[in-house]
Design a protein. Structure first.
Lengths: 65, 915
């Protein structure tokens, strides 16, 4: 399954490196991380990673295959 | 029944966890507040309500200031608070409770003696939680327990158990959870009952005034609109404000700087951290990035990672400046969890590949300071398996792979070991892992390779074959040059690895039923024991306990009961504690088996129950731990004609610890099962079970004897006395039980003289309990009866009954045959009319007459519920009957059981095996 996670703020290169398995695109005032998510556990893991990096999740949704 | 010892390792040695590994004391310490900490009274007074509600939850994102708020509140309290910073994610219940108990001990909370402690990371003894809750509820005033970083607890079982303890501790416990995520507790229930104090993210956010006050503590004065803008940009986020203050302070014009920050669109933490980091001197930046791979650290450890010597002043400075680093206690520090995560991300970008090297350095430093668990973690993270396996072996900690709180965790850790890792230690760890899963063949393969590697390192040539192949390598070489000895001149090379090897050899010997090899391994271990540092043996009492248990079991298989008893008693008497629990329980189970085989049921039951108590107290792998205790109890239950109970016990013992599933266990299970089939009259199943061979290197005399007993009894019951006689004749070294069975078969074959002759040859000095002597008496009685001497027969049966009473032995009377019936209903001791008892079965010990009339299905239903202490009304509701109908059933059941009261009825029904 593919997901995209929109977090508040523009992420630095270092922080996007904390999500090596996802692609990202930096937009005005927010960053979209997107890519293949292995399973539920991975999904919750990504959320926890956002939290532990102090990121504010604005939106998370599944993408059509 | 023997009571478990009252003093525990974990109580007498508060510095050590049940494993003997030094507890990470920093986890029990209330974190210190930084110099520029702002106490916010509105939150403190809200938190004071925590004293009135059982549960308090402080819930907010990383860096919201949760921990410091609670720490500040806790430090201001007069009575001490039990503080526990929970461990890394994925923690198992056993480990969690072990640490929580330790936190309570550390806070000086008086808990009942003998409360116990989990011995298996994955399991918690349910009664331990009940004991804990009861102990807490008895406290004069409630203890405040703070669980920091509770979000790391993800196991729903822990939440359930916590809820149980919280509920049953009543007013004795005030639980404060500090967490980033909503815990898995039924919060709505607590909320509805007004039992929950809740401080959430919105309340934790800094107001404008608070933000201004905080910045002032950092030496920044802001006009109100500026503070307003800052709060909006950071959403009142404590960590953001803190970083902001640090960054602004360093810039030439703080006001402008803050304005720029407000306008910036970068993610707050990211921006600020990069800013603050950039402002630090290069040495500080380097240190911060490097220590980000550590959970906690001391200046020396940080130095080991940087390769410099300046960590102490840098850390003290950072701590004073309230930047990144938090002080724990003494000279321990940690990074603020939020920043640690971001710094690790920076480290990966700036120095790819350095992380592995840092883990390697950390592992080496920690090894030197004796923190084994953390050493192993970093060694594994570095992928340095030779070192990691070596650390485990050299610490004499190989037993941890089999038993204790960390068995699962370490098993998982070493399952990642790369196949390339070579050397004796890596092979020993592989061997231990295979043996712990009962993969004996593969385990032995690794063990051989370990021995060859050891021999190579010692500069010896391996011996090719023979009974002691590989084992010589373990022994110190008398002719070896002194160069083999360590620099101190006191320690031979590789003594720890060789002792580890001896332990695994003993285990393999036990699993393959090879007593000779076990003796050789034990002898080698005995020599090596004196050559390893004593403090390592003290730290790992499980090593010797396991060794003795293996040795004792191998001897038991060989039928050398006396020698087995010596070794097993040694293991059973090991230092109490979680790490030795499995070995002690296993040994007690096997001591019970010896009692059973000697025909001493009461002793067997007592010892087996002590084994079960041990299992229960330490929450060993349920349902059975090693399972031996339950097997013996099942066999005892068969002898007491309590067949349903025997069946239930056998089912419970179906999943023994794989590393303890040896021929003794297999034979014990076969015997108990076969005897149960026999008692149920299922002769075919009994024969099939008894004759299934247990694979082992050497044959076991008692296992053969017991098999022959079952087989001959089955033939006898099926009317083939000659075959029964023949089966027993083939035995090389007949135990008294077999001689008695032979006599019975001879008698059945119509040769009473031969029978009596056999019995006369029994040595009265022999180790025989009632299970043997009673059967012998009954054979004599039957012979007397057959010869027409009824009074002699009656006297002998009476003697047998007396003898059987203490052990509650019933089976011999049940299997004796129809001739015994008239003698059991002797009018001198029994009421009239009981002679008509339909079965030959009857409790020999008590005055109550046997059940003359069978209970109906309904009556049994009612009795069963009565045994669960349900009231008449509850039983009626449960069975969809009227109360009057239940009373009628009860009355009729009382009449049939010849009792007058509830508990008498339950007891009697239990005795008769009706429940």
């Amino acid at each position: 399954m593919r997901y995209e996670i929109r977090v508040e703020g523009q992420l630095s290169e270092a922080l996007t490196e904390a999500f090596p398995e996802l692609d990202h695109v930096v937009m005005s005032g927010h960053t979209v991380l997107f890519g293949q998510v292995v399973d539920e556990a991975h999904l919750y893991g990504l959320l926890a990673r956002c939290q532990s990096l102090g990121l504010r999740v604005m939106e998370m949704r599944q993408l059509p295959e | 029944m023997s009571e478990p010892e009252e003093s525990d390792a974990e109580q007498t040695a508060p510095g050590a966890d049940p494993q003997g590994d030094p507890f990470l004391r920093t986890r029990f310490v209330v974190p210190a507040r930084p110099v520029a900490f702002l106490r916010r009274e509105r939150l403190v007074s809200h938190l004071d309500q925590a004293l009135r509600t059982p549960l308090t939850m402080v819930n907010g994102p990383a860096g919201a200031g949760k921990t410091l708020l609670v720490a500040d509140w806790a430090a201001a309290r007069e009575t001490s608070v039990a503080w526990l910073t929970t461990d890394a994610a994925g923690q198992k219940p056993g480990m969690f409770w072990a640490y929580l108990l330790q936190a309570l001990h550390a806070s000086g909370t008086p808990l009942p003696a003998g409360i116990g402690c989990p011995a298996d990371a994955g399991r918690t003894p349910p009664t331990l939680l009940a004991r804990l809750a009861a102990g807490l509820s008895a406290l004069d005033r409630p203890v405040v327990v703070v669980l920091d970083e509770y979000d790391r607890v993800t196991d729903p079982e822990i939440a359930e158990q916590l809820e149980f303890v919280l509920h049953h501790a009543g007013d004795g416990l005030r639980l404060v959870l500090v967490t980033r995520t909503e815990p898995l507790l039924p919060l709505h229930r607590y909320r509805a009952a007004g039992d929950l104090t809740e401080i959430r993210g919105a309340e934790l956010a800094f107001t404008c005034e608070e933000a201004a006050a905080l910045l002032e503590l950092h030496g920044l004065r802001l006009p109100e609109p500026a503070a307003q803008g800052l709060v909006e940009r950071t959403r009142g986020w404590a960590a953001g404000l803190r970083l902001c203050a640090l960054a602004a302070r360093e810039s030439p014009d703080p006001q402008t700087y803050l304005k720029e920050f407000e306008a910036d669109r970068t993610s707050v933490a990211d921006f600020l951290l990069a800013e603050v980091l950039r402002q630090q001197p290069a040495a500080t930046q380097d240190l911060l990035l490097r220590v980000s791979v550590l959970e906690r650290f001391r200046p020396e450890l940080a130095n080991a990672l940087t390769g410099r010597t300046d960590a102490e002043p840098i850390l003290a400075g950072l701590c004073r400046a309230n930047a990144f680093v938090e002080h724990l206690e003494l000279d321990w520090y940690r990074l603020h969890p939020l920043f640690g995560e971001i710094l690790r991300a920076h480290l990966r970008v700036r120095s790819p590949g350095l992380e592995t090297e840092l883990h390697r350095r950390a592992a080496r430093w920690l090894r030197g300071s004796g923190a084994l668990t953390e050493t192993l973690g970093h060694g594994a993270a570095a992928g340095d398996w030779q070192f990691t396996a070596g650390a485990l072996v050299d610490d004499l900690a190989i037993g941890w792979l089999f038993t204790g709180l960390r068995a699962d965790e370490l098993g998982e850790l070493f399952s990642r070991m790369s196949p390339e890792a070579a050397g004796p230690a890596a092979e020993l760890v592989r061997a231990a892992r295979e043996l712990s899963r009962h993969e004996v063949g593969r385990g032995l393969g690794h063990l051989r390779r370990a021995e060859q590697a050891l021999a190579a390192e010692l500069g010896r040539t391996t011996t090719g074959s023979g009974p002691a192949a590989g084992l010589q390598e373990l022994l110190p070489d008398a002719s070896a040059p002194p160069a083999e000895w360590g620099p101190a001149g006191a320690q031979p090379a590789l003594a720890e690895a060789r002792l580890t090897c001896a332990l695994l050899e003993a285990l393999a010997a036990r699993l393959t039923g090879a007593p000779g090899r076990a003796e050789l391994a034990a002898a080698a271990a005995e020599t090596l024991r004196g050559e390893v540092p004593a403090h390592l043996l003290d730290r790992h009492p499980e090593l010797i306990a396991l060794l003795l248990a293996h040795l004792g079991s191998a001897r038991l298989w060989a039928g050398r009961f006396e020698d087995a008893h010596t070794a097993l008693t040694g293991a059973a008497g090991a230092v109490p504690g979680a790490s030795t629990a499995l070995a002690r329980e296993d040994s007690l189970g096997r001591l019970a088996l010896i009692d059973y085989l000697n025909g001493r049921l009461a002793g067997a039951e007592r010892t087996a129950r002590a084994a079960l108590t041990e299992t229960e107290r330490y929450g060993l792998p349920q349902p059975s731990g090693s399972g031996m205790g339950r097997l013996v109890l099942a066999a005892v239950a068969v002898e007491r004609d309590d067949l349903d109970r025997a069946q239930a016990l056998l089912e419970e013992a179906a999943q023994p610890h794989p590393a303890l599933r040896d021929p003794v266990m297999e034979a014990g299970r076969a015997i108990a099962t076969a005897r149960l089939h026999l008692a149920r009259g299922d002769l075919g199943a009994a024969l099939a079970t008894a004759e299934r061979t247990v694979p082992a290197a050497v044959a076991s005399p008692w296992a053969e004897g017991q098999t022959a007993l079952v087989v001959s009894a089955a033939h006898l019951a099926d009317g083939r006395p000659e075959t029964a006689v023949k089966v027993l004749q083939g035995l090389p070294d007949a135990a008294p039980a077999c001689t008695v069975a032979s006599a019975r078969a001879e008698l059945a074959a119509g040769r009473p003289l031969a029978a009596i002759d056999l019995l006369d040859r029994l040595n009265p000095q022999d180790r025989c309990g009632p299970a043997v002597t009673v059967r012998a008496l009954l054979v004599r009685a039957q012979a007397a009866d057959a010869s027409g001497d009824r009074s002699a027969a009656r006297a002998l049966v009476a003697l047998a009954l007396r003898e059987a009473r203490r052990d509650g032995l019933r089976r011999p009377f049940a299997e004796a045959g129809p001739w015994i019936r008239p003698f059991l209903g002797a009018p001198t001791t029994r009421g009239p009319g009981t002679d008509a008892h339909p079965r030959g079965v009857r409790p020999p010990e008590g005055p109550p007459p046997p059940v003359v009339e069978e209970l109906t299905v309904r009556e049994r239903d009612v009795l069963r519920r009565l045994a669960l202490t349900m009231s008449t009304q509850e039983i009626a509701a449960d069975l969809y009957l009227s109360v009057n109908t239940v009373k009628t059933h009860l009355k009729s059941a009382y009449r049939k059981l010849s009792v007058g009261r509830r508990n008498e009825a339950v007891r009697r029904a239990r005795d008769l095996g009706l429940l």
